[in-house]
Design a protein around this ligand. Structure first.
Ligand code: NAD
Length: 480
């Protein structure tokens, strides 16, 4: 059985304790590899290596760092089929998705920040002809990057790339649920000759490894993506040490469908938003608010669409819906389906474990599930389920839709479906979410600020925001 390694100081090594953890394949329910069960001593080694590497890495020109990032991007591209297969086996999502989304986006992240760092400029302010102020942007030092299981390489690279581009050295922790492509990335970094210690990847459990990174005095900033609950514990640990924090957390996003929408496009968009990656994307639209005048038509069309999604082996090319990522997560999502019914929800379609035969007979599959008849305030409509489960809620007026769309602790994303341009912009501006899509969903431009309001996030990733996060601004004032 393959044993994954940590990547520390340019080498692939086991945890110092020698302990390992099982890694499961969600489609089969079987352990297929093992990962290091690292602890604080492994994090210490990684921080030491990163600290040693920092002086020379941060002294490189932006162009030189950019060239390393490009080599990593090319390294990912050269192994893209292997990475796409590995990501599908590790996460349970269809290999068609990993091949078209996860892996291309991971190399694009490195290319994007390879470009961005050579275009990054800082400000100058002329003060009443008496002084000139200019802004230095210094690399922070050693930074921590902690990422979740739902888009493993995509989100890990989205953090590592800007951190390295800006001149920092990194101690990264991928999710223990999906460690495989981070391990393959460490092979790529070693093979392209990234200087030892510039990037270190330490595998293991959240509180043990992530906690050691967050609490380490040598780590100057933590960029985290994951649940709001974990984000809160990271904030508690990091705040007294005044570390910079970027927190990308949970969501309970609304899809808002007005009567004047293009119905076919809205149904297709709402289905994608609800069920992509088995509903395991932070941006998924799990509350579908539909204007009452078109509610029945919309509902019937959406139910039909959900029922035609093909659930199956992630490695089979025409599979639309793969497995949920772990047994614990499968059980959590199923418990929410039961809760929804207890709260008075009516199952319109799905609601059960899906049985996929053959090698996937023990996999963690759930039918795409739609529910109606639930109050906007109930737990099903307030808590993040993070699975292929969405609710339909009829509304009468724009104000009512807005109040319900905004009526959760979260504020990550929303999508609006309407042909009324004025209403679209008015509604978008009143939504308390960091991202709004009008007549689309998950259409991404990597230059835009990405992140959530309220309990969904602190700070923004993407574009220059990420480079600003990973640098410290210093104002220099020169008297004329
Ligand atoms: P999680 O919070 O359980 O874990 C995320 C990462 O944090 C993992 O690497 C985990 O090992 C680590 N971790 C766990 N406990 C820790 C601790 N005490 N200290 C430091 N690190 C710790 O999240 P998950 O279940 O892996 O991912 C699903 C969640 O991520 C959902 O809530 C989803 O909405 C969110 N998410 C948000 C975004 C976004 O951009 N806002 C993107 C993807 C996923």
């Amino acid at each position: 059985m393959e044993e994954l390694k940590n990547y520390i100081d340019g080498e692939l090594v086991s945890a110092q304790s020698g302990n390992t953890l099982p890694n499961w394949s969600p489609a089969t329910g079987e352990i297929y590899s093992r990962l290091p069960d690292s602890d604080a001593q492994d994090v210490q080694r990684a921080v030491d290596a990163a600290t040693r590497a920092f002086a020379s890495w941060s002294a490189l020109s932006a162009t030189e760092r950019s060239q390393y990032l490009r080599k990593i991007a090319r390294g990912i591209e050269a192994r893209k089929s292997e990475l796409a297969l590995a990501e599908a086996i590790d996460t349970g999502k269809p290999s068609s998705v990993t091949a078209s989304l996860d892996i291309p986006r991971s190399s694009a992240n490195f290319d994007f920040f390879a470009d961005a760092i050579t275009q990054f400029s800082s400000e100058a302010h002329v003060t009443d002809r008496t002084a000139v102020n200019y802004t230095n942007r210094h690399a922070l030092g050693v930074v921590g990057c902690i990422s979740p299981w739902n888009l493993p390489l995509y989100l890990l690279s989205w953090k590592i790339a800007p951190a390295l581009a800006a001149g920092n050295c990194v101690v990264a922790k991928p999710s223990e649920v999906t460690p495989m492509t981070a391990y393959l990335l460490s092979q790529i970094c070693r093979d392209i000759g990234l200087p030892p210690g510039v990037l270190n990847i330490v595998h293991g459990l959240g509180a043990k490894v992530g906690g050691a990174i967050t609490g380490h005095a040598g780590i100057k900033a933590v960029s985290f993506t994951g649940s709001t609950q974990t984000g809160e514990s990271i904030a508690r640990l990091a705040a007294p040490a005044f570390k910079k924090l970027s927190l990308e957390m949970g969501g309970k996003n609304a899809t808002v469908v007005f009567e004047d929408c293009n119905l076919d496009e809205a149904v297709a968009g709402a289905a994608r938003a609800a069920f992509s990656n088995q509903g395991q994307i932070c941006l998924c639209g799990s509350r579908i608010l539909v204007q009452r005048t078109i509610y029945e038509r919309f509902k019937n069309a959406l139910v039909h669409r959900a029922q035609t999604l093909k659930i199956g082996d992630p490695l089979v090319i025409n599979t639309d819906q793969g497995a949920l990522t772990s047994q614990a997560h499968f059980e959590k999502v199923m418990s929410y389906v039961a809760l929804a019914q207890k709260e008075g929800g009516k199952v319109l379609c799905g609601g059960n474990r899906a049985h996929v035969g053959g090698r996937c007979r023990n996999g963690w599959f759930i039918e795409p599930t739609l529910l109606e008849g639930l109050a906007p305030e109930c737990r099903t409509n307030q808590e993040e389920i993070f699975g292929p489960v969405a609710t339909l809620i009829p509304f009468d007026t724009e104000d009512q839709a807005l109040a319900w769309a905004n009526g959760t602790r979260y504020g990550l994303a929303a999508s609006i479906w309407t042909s009324d341009v004025t209403r679209a912009h008015r509604f978008a501006g009143r939504l308390q979410t960091g991202v709004v899509w009008i007549n689309c969903w998950m259409l991404r431009d990597l230059r835009t600020p990405f992140g959530g309001m309220k309990d969904s996030g602190v700070g923004r990733e993407g574009g220059l925001d990420a480079l600003r996060f990973f640098t410290e601004a210093q104002n220099v004032c020169v008297k004329i």
